[in-house]
Design a protein around this ligand. Structure first.
Ligand SMILES: Nc1ncnc2c1ncn2[C@@H]1O[C@H](COP(=O)(O)OP(=O)(O)OP(=O)(O)O)[C@@H](O)[C@H]1O
Ligand SMILES: [Mg+2]
Length: 256
């Protein structure tokens, strides 16, 4: 039979375990997040602009989450807050169980290092570098060992661009540049990937190719994906879909 002391020890251990278990599953937890900025008003005075008024969101490891909304509704602002690139005006935001509002900019960058990847609408590649050098960059900046060049080449192969590895990225087409950006984002095998309109600058066919690749890589690496998009067919492919309007997120039911 269990003594009361044994019971107490078991309860204490359980209490210690439960937060760890939930932390590993919950990648992002946001409550009552607000963002206001000072913006130039028509009469040239500054006025407070409320971009996000009450955001509540939990994102679980390995899932894909789409955020849609009208232009100017605050999607990129929200992504920047979720990634700890910017701080909220009020509310709580935890990334990998760490309260971002309590961390310095350097600490937030350290938390992202090797764990978080980004893909942007305008690719954000370094133009004076080749495709290979762009993909190598996050490996060289992070705490990585082994044959980094081989790893970068393998990532380029996954996006079908091994033959263009030595090409300056400015010589590549838009779709090819976005594939280099995907290779760069996935080469460190991040747990979490933020993508801000990754197909927004591509024609329909190329956009479909790039989004198929994005979902394939997300599945292969079991990455948590937070995808901002105007493309509702892309949003419908995610596990969860939220619409941002008037500073709040509204869950959109997936049809299938
Ligand atoms: N630092 C800032 N100062 C002033 N206004 C800002 C600032 N940051 C964002 N805004 C404004 O907040 C609103 C939301 O911007 P945001 O870039 O998040 O929108 P979005 O939903 O990503 O739009 P899009 O779909 O066009 O990319 C816009 O009206 C923008 O001008
Ligand atoms: Mg945006």
């Amino acid at each position: 039979m269990c003594s009361s002391t044994d019971r107490c020890i078991v309860d204490t251990l359980f209490c210690q375990l439960v937060p760890d278990m939930t932390e590993t599953k919950t990648v992002i937890a946001v409550s009552h997040l607000q963002k206001q900025v000072l913006a130039a008003a028509a009469n040239k005075d500054k006025e407070t602009l409320s971009i996000l008024s009450d955001i509540n969101l939990t994102i679980v490891a390995g899932t894909s989450v789409a955020i849609t909304g009208a232009s100017g509704s605050g999607k990129s602002t929200l992504l920047g807050l979720l990634a700890g690139l910017d701080l909220p005006s009020a509310g709580q935001i935890a990334l990998f169980g760490q309260d971002l509002t309590q961390l310095s900019e350097d600490q937030r960058a350290a938390l992202r290092l090797g764990k978080v990847g980004f893909v942007f609408q305008s690719f954000h590649l370094l133009e004076h570098l080749t495709a290979l050098e762009n993909v190598l960059l996050p490996l060289e900046l992070g705490r990585n060992s082994g044959d980094l060049k081989q790893a970068a080449l393998a990532a380029l192969e996954q996006v079908g661009l091994s033959s263009r590895a030595q090409q300056l990225v400015t010589k590549l087409s838009g779709g090819e540049q976005q594939r280099v950006a995907l290779a760069r984002a996935f080469v460190t095998q991040p747990q979490l990937l933020f993508a801000d309109e990754p197909t927004g600058n591509l024609d329909r066919h190329t956009g479909q190719e790039v989004s198929a690749l994005l979902f394939r890589l997300q599945r292969d690496y079991q990455t948590t994906l937070v995808l901002v998009t105007h493309d509702e067919s892309l949003a419908a492919q995610c596990d969860y879909w939220y619409r941002l309007a008037e500073g709040r997120l509204q869950r959109q039911e997936q049809s299938a």
